[in-house]
Design a protein around this ligand. Structure first.
Ligand SMILES: O=P(O)(O)OC[C@H]1O[C@H](O)[C@H](O)[C@@H](O)[C@@H]1O
Length: 434
């Protein structure tokens, strides 16, 4: 059994083992395509063995920079959108306490164009010591560029010439406007490798610098991913759970289950759900194909979307993440009067009750015609998170290739950007929409 394993006990009635066996040859051929870098978009496979070959000097430089930032700031603002912030936010949400401030306050900007958000952020940082990490692979994305312009002006106003020492840029080695401003202003910078796309970049400086500042053990995160590389290297679908997950997804999709709902019983998973949605949505949603990635947090959403999941259109399948270790002490207390009738649960841990809520939900949804896959992960720590991130990246590459699309491009994101330039009157763009 791997560090993350796929349990199909709630999907057996929807998929026969011989259906999985039937795709083994295709899986093995696709595995070769990935590892020999011969498939579509192969120039973006830098993430495949990134963790096991991690440049130790780079890792040390990320940690040193993080130390320096921590020493001089109350708040780090990470400016980025899509793959340039979702990974850091996901891991931060998963590994840090749900309430109160962490050792270090890491917040996000540039992922929207809301004036209210920016104004409230500016009010929040008033009187605080601030550092910025602006992240953009292309260096030309409008949303983070605007946030950077506003926040850079704020920094210059507050720190004058010293502002440049408080700005770190993470971007392409040579291309883009952000690289130019690094050269001009002398910001400390980190490179986003040209062979790693945004949604596969969480284990590069893109994710690691903000996470190191936030106090996450980034070495353990990388170690977990390196372990996943080793465990998920077999071309055999029955020995590689990332491929098994990809195979199940595509078999279900072919049968009309074209929406995947990622379900977790831990609220700390909300950020990881968002990262996962970008990964699979941008990788698979093209040429009129793709499984639509959606997500829920239970029990919360059992009382909103639960009804739809149980009885709505039967185009869904569900993937539940189950954290198996019972790590928390909290137990249901015994009550002398038992007015609420809960004494039958006395002395059970919250984890035990939560696990039964998961089993009960899975059983109900299976009965309602929803295939349920379960991904079992032992615990929510940096090592297992690193493993899980790699698990999804490898599964996503396989799944997208199985459906016949290039997992590494995102041609569809361009149209709204072009339209926005036209509508806003950017010089050089024709006004076809006005
Ligand atoms: O890092 P950037 O070049 O600014 O790109 C940020 C994001 O932009 C678009 O949304 C792309 O579709 C994403 O894949 C990318 O992660």
């Amino acid at each position: 059994m791997g560090t993350v394993s796929l349990n199909n006990k709630y999907a057996v009635q929807f998929i026969e083992q011989n259906e999985v066996a039937a795709v083994q040859d295709f899986i093995a051929a696709t595995h070769r395509k990935i590892h020999e870098k011969t498939g579509a978009g192969a120039e973006y496979l830098g993430w495949l063995e990134w963790a096991s070959n991690f440049d130790q000097n780079e890792l040390a430089r990320i940690e040193e920079t993080a130390q320096k930032l921590r020493a001089k700031s109350d708040v780090l603002i990470v400016i980025g959108i899509g793959g340039s912030y979702l990974g850091a936010k996901a891991v931060q949400d998963l590994l840090q306490p749900s309430f109160g401030l962490n050792e270090m306050d890491v917040i996000y900007a540039g992922q929207n164009l809301s004036g209210r958000y920016l104004e409230e952020l500016l009010a929040y940082i008033e009187g605080k010591e601030v550092t910025l990490n602006v992240i953009s692979k292309s260096g030309t994305t409008t949303e983070p560029a605007i946030a950077f312009r506003v926040l850079r002006a704020w920094m210059q106003e507050k720190y004058g010439e010293q502002a440049a020492d408080r700005i770190i840029a993470t971007t392409d080695k040579t291309a883009g406007a952000l690289r130019k401003s690094v050269e001009k202003s002398g910001y400390t910078s980190f490179e986003i490798p040209s062979d790693i796309g945004g949604r596969y970049s969480v284990l590069t400086a893109v994710g690691l610098l903000p996470l190191a500042v936030a106090g996450v053990d980034i070495r353990k995160l990388v170690e977990g991913a390196a372990q996943a590389e080793k465990e998920l290297a077999s071309p055999n679908v029955f020995e590689n759970d990332a491929y098994l997950y990809a195979a199940y997804r595509q078999i279900l999709n072919a049968r009309g289950h074209s929406i995947e709902v990622m379900a977790s019983f831990e609220p700390a998973m909300a950020g990881l759900n968002e990262w996962w949605k970008q990964l699979f949505g941008e990788s698979e949603g093209k040429q009129g194909k793709g499984i639509f990635p959606a997500s829920v947090i239970y029990s919360t959403d059992l009382h909103s979307l639960g009804q739809y999941l149980q009885n709505g259109r039967r185009t869904l399948f569900e993937t539940m993440i189950s954290f198996t270790a019972d790590e928390h002490e909290s137990k249901i207390p015994y009550d002398e009067e038992d007015g609420d009738g809960l004494n039958y649960l006395a002395d059970k841990t919250m984890h035990e009750v939560n696990q039964q809520a998961m089993n009960a939900t899975a059983l109900a949804h299976v009965e309602g015609g929803v295939p349920v896959l379960t991904l079992e992960v032992e615990r929510m720590d940096a090592f297992h998170t690193g493993y899980l991130l790699y698990f999804f990246m490898k599964a996503c590459a396989m799944s997208a290739y199985l459906s016949g699309v290039n997992p590494f491009d995102q041609p569809g994101v361009e149209l709204y950007k072009q339209n926005m330039f036209e509508l806003l009157g950017k010089p050089g763009y024709e006004k076809k929409n006005n």
